[in-house]
Design a protein around this ligand. Structure first.
Ligand code: CTP
Ligand code: CA
Length: 225
């Protein structure tokens, strides 16, 4: 792997990566979010940079430092992330959706802090747009890679997302394993594309990112032919 990285398997290629969670505002002081650390997305950014790519990370709020020599576009909500993705995707050849986008947002954002009153409070949520599917559906879409967080029937659900979202490749995490994924420093994944698959046992997110970038570069070369 080290040799391939030195020769720059992604030299001259622009890569856009979404990373981290999104925050969906309830009122000026409260939001709905998730435990995504951004580590996998940032590790992919560093690996793509080391492979010679020009890298932009569209990042939700995280507590880690961005890799050096990587452009960061900070966003908060899923709608912000969608807007940034749509403008960045025009200038890239590979788009990787590593963000844990909130599936729903509050239907209404209160302008003032919500006051405590009744014993029960119901919040109405509406579905957020699917960012990676929107990017993949564009004319002249980049080589688009998604993630799939699953707790059961990993291959079945991952392949379903691959097809439904018209992705070139999907990286599936078994999030029922609590030793890996989300907030952890390690990850183990299965990767699926229309004509094949690969599996990686638990290893550091840095190491895994290098394997995944090598695999993406391979598939991307093939896709260009
Ligand atoms: N994704 C996205 N926009 C969303 C939701 C998800 O771009 N609004 C992307 C994620 O970044 C990831 C992929 O879609 O690359 C799959 O996310 P996942 O949560 O596993 O799948 P969903 O399609 O949201 O389905 P579900 O959560 O119901 O399994
Ligand atoms: Ca989801």
């Amino acid at each position: 792997i080290a040799e391939q990285f030195e020769s720059g398997i992604l030299a001259g290629v622009s890569v856009v990566i979404t990373a981290g969670p999104t925050r969906e505002a309830i009122d000026p002081v409260r939001y709905i979010s998730n435990h995504s650390s951004g580590k996998m997305g940032y590790a992919l950014a560093a690996a793509a940079r080391d492979a010679g790519a020009r890298v932009t990370v569209i990042s939700g709020p995280v507590n880690i430092l961005p890799p050096e020599r990587v452009r960061v576009v900070p966003v908060s909500s899923a709608l912000d992330m969608l807007q940034a993705a749509q403008s960045e995707q025009e200038h890239c050849q590979i788009f990787i959706a590593a963000a844990a986008v909130a599936d729903y947002r509050p239907a209404q954002v209160a302008e003032q802090k919500v006051k405590k009153s009744t014993d029960e409070l119901t919040l109405t949520l509406i579905k957020n747009p699917d960012i990676v599917a929107t990017v993949a559906a564009q004319e002249n879409a980049p080589f688009t890679v998604g993630f799939a967080a699953e707790t059961q029937d990993v291959e079945h659900y991952a392949r379903d997302k691959l097809n439904r979202k018209k992705l070139a490749m999907i990286i599936a995490n078994d999030v029922s394993r609590n030793d890996i994924g989300f907030n952890s420093d390690d990850n183990a994944v299965s990767v699926f594309w229309p004509t094949g698959e690969a599996r990686y046992e638990a290893m550091s997110k840095q190491q895994l990112a290098r394997h995944l970038i090598t695999l993406m570069a391979d598939r991307y070369q093939e896709y260009l032919l």
